[in-house]
Write a protein of this length. Structure first.
Length: 358
């Protein structure tokens, strides 16, 4: 591994520290070196705050002059929540900039690199680009498609059941697995469930303890049929709650209690585009099996979080985590790219992606 790769790898590690804090912006990390030594580091810490390059250059100070800046994403060249980073890079006096990948955001899209080169700075692009793209896949998908990154989550027994034949499901997963789920919820823009989950489980859909983000709770009910009393409705004035439906009239009471009602022809495509329009980057689908199956059938899932408990439930009538039509042949089955497999107490947690091409 050469030094450019080594320092970009460090920038990517720093960038990941912004997970859950910087969205809808991408995660970005930066390293400044002088005479082969690191003299400054930084990352984008929070949406609206200074960007990674500015933080790293501020730590380096005058030591940056004549040095090299390593950054996981192309420096911006437009005024947004903060001034253009390209301007700060030029003013710092660095002679060389190494960029993992260009920023596809339309107001940047190569413009930052062009400005740096016009200022006489040597710019290298594409070092560890695949890793940089993987890190910011949710942001890249939203920019490319207008839709958020969709996380599909479920807990099941070793024989693939999410409840007994009588509907008893609490708890299949253990305490450690549920803690991971709460951590996951705490960095989501939205948590989405279908009507069946609201009726069967009466979920609260919050992160406990709270994470860096407060996810909007989303219910999909084309018919507008929902319980008169449930936790989601009771807490709608404290936690954002949104319902997609084709029958707004049936949900006047929910609206009165603080829910936002969006009336449109209910389809996953229309829902995801609406969430993308609201600049939501990560959406967690927690069920039920029908909704998870619909996402899988439509090819609209991006990442899976499956928790497998060492228990056997059995029974033909006991439900599995994914319904829908499914695939007719194994050759057409959706293949996953493993990200991690680890133990969560007695359970096994599998995190994998469907391989979004950005």
């Amino acid at each position: 591994m050469n030094m450019d790769e080594t320092h970009i790898a460090r920038a990517l590690v720093l960038a990941a520290r912004g997970l859950g804090d910087v969205e809808p912006n991408p995660m970005v990390g930066a390293v400044v070196t002088a005479d082969g030594r690191i003299v400054g580091e930084g990352w984008h810490r929070r949406f609206g705050d200074a960007h990674a390059e500015v933080n790293a250059l501020a730590e380096a100070g005058e030591r940056a002059r004549g040095g090299t800046l390593f950054v996981s994403l192309e420096p911006c060249c437009h005024f947004g929540k903060t001034p253009p980073c390209a301007t700060a890079v030029i003013a710092s006096g660095v002679r060389r900039v190494v960029v993992a990948m260009l920023d596809p955001f339309p107001k940047v899209a190569g413009g930052g690199v062009a400005i740096l080169r016009e200022a006489g700075i040597e710019v290298v692009v594409g070092v560890r680009e695949a890793e940089a793209r993987a890190l910011n896949s949710p942001f890249l998908k939203r920019i490319a498609t207008g839709m958020p990154w969709v996380h599909l989550k479920w807990a099941m027994s070793l024989d693939g059941k999410i409840a007994t034949r009588t509907g008893d499901s609490q708890w299949i997963s253990g305490v450690e697995s549920r803690a991971v789920v709460h951590e996951l919820r705490g960095r989501m823009d939205a948590i989405l469930v279908g009507r069946g989950t609201v009726v069967a489980d009466d979920p609260l859909l919050t992160a406990r303890p709270a994470g860096p983000r407060v996810a909007t709770r989303i219910i999909v009910s084309a018919s507008g049929e929902l319980p008169e009393r449930c936790q989601l409705r009771a807490t709608a004035r404290e936690i954002p709650t949104l319902i997609f439906t084709e029958n707004e009239a049936r949900l006047r009471g929910w609206k009165h209690d603080g829910c936002e009602i969006v009336g449109l022809p209910v389809s996953l495509d229309s829902i995801l585009h609406e969430l993308g329009r609201r600049e939501m980057t990560n959406v967690l689908v927690e069920g039920g099996a029908g909704l998870l199956g619909s996402f899988l059938d439509a090819g609209l899932g991006d990442e899976v979080h499956a928790f497998i408990a060492p228990m056997l439930i059995g029974g033909l009538a006991a439900p599995s985590p994914i319904r829908g039509e499914g695939t007719q042949t194994l050759a057409n089955a959706r293949r996953l790219i493993p990200m991690q497999t680890r133990s969560c107490g007695p359970d096994t947690y599998i995190q994998a992606r469907f391989g979004f091409q950005n």
